[in-house]
Ligand binder design. Sequence first.
Ligand code: HPA
Length: 276
Amino acid sequence: MSSLREQAAAAAAVVRRQIGGVEPAVGMVLGSGLGAFADELTARVEVPYGDIPHWPGSTAIGHAGKLVSGLLGTTPVIVLAGRAHLYEGYSARRVSFPTRVLHTLGIHSLVLTNAAGGINLSYSQGALVALSDHINLQGTNPLIGPNEDDWGPRFPDMSEAYSKEYRALAKEAAAALGFTLPEGVYAALSGPSYETPAEIRYLRAIGADLVGMSTAPEAIVANHMGLKVLAISCVTNMAAGVLDQKIDHEEVLETGRQVRTRFTELLKAVVPRLRG
Ligand code: HPA
């Protein structure tokens, strides 16, 4: 069995061959219902996940399952339209493999997006929130296993997992577009069941503003390798028990589609300003 590093090199080599001489500066991961952002790129080249060795395919509904290389304005980016999740049966190490490949391809910054439930009562459905931090309650960690020392240390620091500078840039960009971008702490759970109202009360008590089933593994691995991270959640629904209604995946996807314009404008304004 090849090492993770060898696997990432093999995957990056295949991607590189397909995308020609493009040297991506920023990697982006699009969450549930947010995949349409990939259409904004110019000079697009698409690589289906199935063509990339060792890549964890995304089976979740609302996730396209392709890597898209292209330009956002003049910034070369790679967008992952669709991600793998723990609840699909992948290990945290495998879920974050695409982040390793993006790093191997040379990105200096990673933008993670996700659909999340709103725990903080000041949020409303459709709000965009910049993650200030996370609480990893997935019961696992993507760095479990042998450490690749030239990627990063065995015990990486996580005290600024989500770049303060990038959050400030994102807030500025949102203000210029006429809306407020609050910050929040994201609780990462494995899913796939949504939370119970008691779990949401517990998450609120421990300081979480948002809840979701992704993002933490990628953010941990990005920090391990020294990448700067910006993460933006779309509050697709209020978390369980906040409103007297059930949570439904179709609603999650629909809210993602409704915020598409604002979300796209924000990313278009921020991503070219990320300098690593
Ligand atoms: N909980 C967990 N993950 C989610 C939610 C939620 O309420 N909404 C979108 N992703």
